[in-house]
Design a protein around this ligand. Structure first.
Ligand code: F6P
Length: 540
């Protein structure tokens, strides 16, 4: 039986160490080591990670690494890459890293070379993407496709939607892309109201092909198409599927030729680099999609091979543990200073919170410590004029991840310099603040001094790359994916299941039937009253 986390000597050492350094200010840490800003940083294939503005010392890092070793992190990393069934509660391997492994490599799992299978699907996607992008693939009436609508939810939506936005600069502008996820009809109606069905391709993206939201939207899309085409045969030209469930895809009426498969060893929130990324490939082309995969692979290799103290996802994952478990922080803000990355925080919400929002250990025991953080954020500088007040002077400690790019994709006047100046200024202000003495020497009236003082000592990471390319996006994706695994190993939880979404799904099915019936609802008095009010047109 594995030792309980909080009983480990390495945990006790960290608890004692926290007591010693918790009051230490970043001002002191920087003053004591003039090279700290360069020393506590890592670079992986051009992606620079500055973690010097964290409330850590060399000893903190050493103790965190010792904890990671005691928890078997190196072995767990290797087990994932080897294809072991580390998703214990679902009895599955976790092999999103195989999706971006080089073509010439091989990995045999249960007698099957999964890399060869991955490459076959990638080739099929590339052929299809090229046909659509060139106009060779036509709709039922012979018109080329001009609109692509991805119907999916969760990992079958957030990854492609985020990456499409992130890489829009590289996209084929003659094509329009829309992403419909919500079961609220407004999502579908607003996404399609200005589209010509004869020029529209739907990608039904669903690992299981049974998800209520996606299947409801897919049926709706089918009716929308047929209302214009009046011919069942048109479905074959206007629908493709991305799924692991060939039977359900065929039942829906999609030609199996037009199905792009993946495997149960790809978790939904880890699936962007599988065929779930088809919409992205249609937008940016197969070659650039390959660059995204290469970026992921570079980070995968770094994660697998770099020693723990120089391993970027390891450091980032352990910092999550340090703040969540010792400082008692509950959230992490992700602040991309790039408008193209505006959906990155939303994407990370699923990645981090669906993965590590768990309260039961791999041994089936309740945890006695905090696990995954709440992730939130908005692009800078818009966020600065909204919630940064709390980050600087609020009572809550919120570790921040700043993401910036040196070279803009849209060079225009002074914009980029000002954007990046703001990123650097925010990280500096959070870390070092402004003392009451400094405020007073500016001649500020004494009654205002406390209001205008910044205590600082608010930690942040700065991630910096040269330009937002597909490869850089791939690096960022893999970096966060692996940092999630790192934290989960320490917390002894399964980052790859999501049982917590099941209860709501079951109840919704039952309630949907009750909303349409007149029988007495079978719930608590609150839910029953709400059901009756709904049935009664909003009246009691
Ligand atoms: O929200 C639960 C979940 O299972 C996610 O993990 C997944 O990404 C999403 O639903 C969509 O699932 P599917 O791709 O099977 O439609």
């Amino acid at each position: 039986m594995t030792e309980i986390l909080t009983a480990r000597p390495e945990w006790h050492a960290l608890t004692a160490h926290y007591q010693q350094i918790k009051e230490l200010h970043l001002r002191q840490l920087f003053a004591a080591d003039p090279k700290r800003g360069e020393r506590l940083a890592l670079e992986v294939q051009g992606l620079y990670c500055d973690y010097s503005k964290h409330r850590i010392t060399d000893e903190t890092l050493a103790l965190l690494i010792r904890l990671a070793e005691a928890c078997g992190l190196p072995q767990r990393i290797e087990a994932m890459f080897r294809g072991d069934q580390i998703n214990l509660t679902e009895g599955r391997s976790v092999l999103h890293v195989a999706l971006r492994a080089p073509r010439e490599s091989s990995l045999t799992v249960d007698g099957v070379d999964v890399i060869a299978e991955v490459q076959t699907v990638l080739d099929k996607m590339a052929v299809f993407a090229t046909r659509v992008r060139s106009g060779a693939w036509t709709g039922h009436t012979g018109k080329p496709i001009r609109n692509v609508v991805n119907l999916g939810i969760g990992g079958s939506d957030l990854g492609p939607a985020m990456a499409y936005e992130a890489l829009r600069h590289y996209s084929k502008r003659e094509l329009t892309f829309r992403f419909v996820s919500n079961i609220d009809a407004t999502d579908f109606v607003e996404a399609t109201c200005d589209l010509d069905p004869a020029e529209t391709l739907f990608i039904v993206a669903s690992k299981t092909f049974t998800t209520l939201e996606t299947m409801t939207n897919a049926q709706c899309a089918r009716r929308w198409l047929l209302a214009a085409m009046h011919d069942e045969a048109s479905v074959a030209k206007h629908f493709v599927a991305v799924s692991t469930n060939a039977t359900e895809v065929a039942r829906f009426g999609i030609d199996p030729q037009n199905m792009f498969g993946f495997w149960d060893w790809v978790g939904g929130r880890y699936s962007l680099t599988s065929a779930i990324g088809l919409s992205l490939m249609l937008a940016i082309g197969a070659e650039r999609f390959g660059e995204l995969l290469a970026g992921c692979h570079g980070m995968d290799e770094h994660f697998r091979r770099a020693p723990l103290p120089r391993n970027m996802p390891v450091i980032m994952g352990l910092l999550n543990v340090w703040y969540g478990n010792f400082f008692g922080t509950e959230t992490v803000a992700v602040l991309p200073y790039d408008q193209y990355l505006r959906r990155f925080p939303a994407y990370l919400q699923q990645l981090v919170m669906e993965s590590n929002g768990k309260r039961t250990t791999l041994q089936g025991l309740p945890v006695t410590y905090q696990t995954g953080p709440i992730v939130w954020g908005e692009p800078g500088t818009s966020g600065q004029h909204s919630f940064y007040q709390l980050l600087h002077q609020g009572t809550k400690l919120v570790p921040c991840d700043f993401i910036g790019l040196v070279s803009p994709l849209n060079p225009l006047g002074e914009h980029h310099k000002l954007l990046m100046a703001n990123l650097l200024a925010q990280a500096e202000a959070l870390a070092f603040g402004k003392t009451a003495d400094e405020v007073a020497t500016e001649g500020i009236p004494s009654y205002l001094v406390p209001h205008r003082t910044f205590d600082g000592n608010r930690p942040s990471t700065v991630l910096l790359a040269n330009r937002l390319t597909p490869a850089v996006l791939g690096q960022l994706i893999a970096l966060y994916e692996h940092s999630v695994l790192v934290a989960s190993v320490i917390w002894e939880i399964n980052a790859f299941d999501q049982w917590g979404v099941e209860l709501g799904k079951v109840l919704a099915k039952q309630i949907a039937a009750e909303l349409a019936s007149s029988a007495e609802p079978q719930h608590d008095s609150s839910t029953n009253a709400l059901i009756r009010r709904y049935r009664n047109g909003g009246r009691p």
